[in-house]
Design a protein around this ligand. Structure first.
Ligand code: BMA
Length: 333
């Protein structure tokens, strides 16, 4: 059904029906048992958030950002039968280097996981004299291989497309600085081999304050783009600078299928902003940060995993067609 393209059925997608009775149009709704992943699920974790989940062999697998009780940032593998109850490794993923000359990561955070062609790629923010974009892959969620950093420092929010565009792999990223960057545009790049990247194209800047303030400081891609007949559906985070600091919300945009740097539509209202108690308070208050989305090709159901206040992980649900329609009707593009 609907407008999803190339989407496999996922009959066991985590799901809860939209709560009844609301007058307001809410394109996404929160899981009533949020947060799904508590901060202390592993032996040494201070917090588990901004994490990536994918369907795997009839169940689910994922790569999770776990900051430990020394407040070191790293990524850990996890498995789940239902996408809600997780077992996450106590220790970080011991990546096998694909080249002995590959520099060690100083830290790893904010992973995304994307299946492209024949394997699962893990892409994350990698510490190499400042944040840059690290890349690796796995075929079984047991052995993980680390490849070259794909961009120069400083960069964050690297997200691979689930298929090639033309003959090339495709990427969104967000050039940044070495600190808590007060700016940020989404940029598109292509590569024939996942090592050398070029054909850089500007995609989107933060929105003007008077048009859409939740995304007026910086923006960055969230989960891997979702292919629909209307274009790539990109769920992305946007940041507002308030008198209490940054506020992280998320919305969505539609991008041209063949030229994914061309914006077709872009939501003026947010889809989710920090409003639930576990989003409003935590190690970093007022953060909702999406990193993964599951879809069911049969029903068009959508389940988005997002970090809450840099502390725990939550789930929101929606219907892809409705989100696309909402973005088109409320666009600032
Ligand atoms: C960003 C990243 C995210 C984090 C957010 C809010 O710069 O570090 O991992 O969720 O800040 O603290």
């Amino acid at each position: 059904m609907g407008i999803l393209k190339n989407a496999a059925p996922l009959p066991n997608i985590p799901w809860e029906d939209r709560p009844r009775g609301g007058e307001r149009e809410e394109p996404l709704w929160r899981y009533s048992k949020n947060p799904v992943i508590p901060r202390n699920l592993t032996r040494f974790s201070n917090s588990i958030f901004n994490s990536a989940v994918v369907p795997f062999k009839g169940e689910f697998a994922g790569v999770f950002r776990c900051d430990d009780t020394s407040r070191r940032m790293n990524i850990h593998a996890g498995r789940s039968g239902d996408g809600i109850n997780w077992t996450i490794a106590d220790d970080p993923i011991p990546f096998i280097k694909t080249d002995p000359d590959l520099p060690d990561s100083q830290y790893k955070y904010d992973p995304r996981v994307v299946f492209v062609e024949d394997r699962w790629y893990v892409i994350w923010c990698n510490g190499y004299f400042g944040p840059t974009i690290g890349l690796g892959y796995t075929r079984d969620f047991e052995k993980f291989y680390q490849m070259e950093n794909i961009l120069m420092p400083y960069n964050r929010n690297g997200v691979l497309f689930p298929r090639k565009i033309g003959n090339n792999y495709a990427l969104y990223s967000r050039p940044s600085d070495s600190g808590h960057t007060p700016f940020g545009d989404i940029v598109y790049s292509e590569s024939p081999d996942l090592v050398y990247w070029g054909r850089h194209r500007h995609v989107m800047s933060p929105a003007p304050f008077e048009k859409s303030a939740w995304q007026c400081t910086k923006i960055g891609a969230g989960p891997a783009p979702i292919e629909t007949t209307e274009g790539w559906l990109l769920i992305y985070h946007g940041v507002l600078t308030s008198c209490n600091g940054f506020v992280y919300s998320f919305g969505a945009a539609l991008l041209d299928l063949d030229k994914p740097w061309q914006v077709i539509a872009r939501s003026r209202p947010y889809l989710i902003a920090p409003q639930a108690p576990y989003e409003l308070s935590g190690d970093v208050p007022n953060v909702t940060f999406p990193c993964a989305a599951l879809t069911d090709g049969e029903t068009g159901r959508l389940a988005v995993y997002y970090g809450c206040a840099d502390t725990v992980t939550g789930l929101v649900f929606g219907i892809v067609d409705e989100v696309v329609d909402f973005v088109k009707r409320n666009s600032i593009a």
